[in-house]
Design a protein around this ligand. Sequence first.
Ligand SMILES: [Zn+2]
Length: 369
Amino acid sequence: MITVEDIMKSMERLAPTHFAESWDNVGLMMGSKKNGVSKIITTLDVTPAVVDFAIREQAHMIVSHHPFIFKGLTSIDLDSVQGQMIERIIKHDIAVYSAHTNLDIAEGGLNDMLAEQLGLADITGFVPVGSDAIYKVTTFVPEQAADAVRQAMAEAGAGRIGNYEACSFSSLGEGRFKGNDEANPVIGESGTLTVTPEVAVQIIVDKAQLAAVITAMKGTHPYEEVAYEVIELVEPSRNRTLGRRGILPVTMSFEEFKAHLEQVLPHSHLRFGGVKKDAIRTVALCSGAGASFIKAAKGADVYITGDVKYHDAQLAKELGLLLVDAGHFGTEEIVTSGLAEYLKRTAKDNDWDLDIVPFLDQEDFFFYE
Ligand SMILES: [Zn+2]
């Protein structure tokens, strides 16, 4: 049985909850980790229409971008819209999980989905929001088991360096051990000092994958007592960034760029401010409400975000930027299909029998013409 906890772990691999901003609320909003899941609805917001759809589809879980419970809940008023949604979600035993700023920041998260939607290349983050330590795990394995241990650790996420995966370093040496009466050694005999060829396997791992990598290592290692060490590295570390910067495949005129946006962001109700440009190639973007990062976007030809105000456009002009307000909804609706694609890939990799249905409540979030 696939459980809510399995889906939570998959989401944690995509968007670790500790990436979230301090004011945010992410993770499991409602439900039990132990419940079984065979159908999931992915969405931008949890609205009455989304809850209706989940019930009709007999789904067990909703995965949303915007947190279902955001500010501290002080009461559950069953006459309010949110109270009624909570009541129905509980009655139908549905779990709700939200990945918000952690998904904005994560590699492969919402901002990368948006950059891909715009067809950008050479994508990098441009607003630093913190960094995570990288760890080095060393384990001592009998030679014949080294390959299996290296592979299991890599599959759990260890050894990723830039465009490379499964990176590790191994050196050959001698292991020594003497088991007591209770011991049951794979090599040698209890009570006798055994000397055997061993390989020290060293492999780096991000904090988010550390627990999974150690579990995978212990699960594959043939020894009763696994000898290993974990060291936190001073360098390198993994920088976390919000927003993305990249380049368009060709330089576009203002009109061409506008037509491109209208095509790839169909519900964006575009507004333009700042400096009108004739040649656009470098694009900075931040999904949702990213007007506070206009200064960081300086140097790009254009900055695309949502929820832009009058003075934001004024600042963009001073900085020499073309500013595009493509709407909060317009820049974030991609998350619905993006999350569904991610969960479908995860289900396939794990051989899970899971039905994943993206559902966007468009009516609630359009600005009407
Ligand atoms: Zn948002």
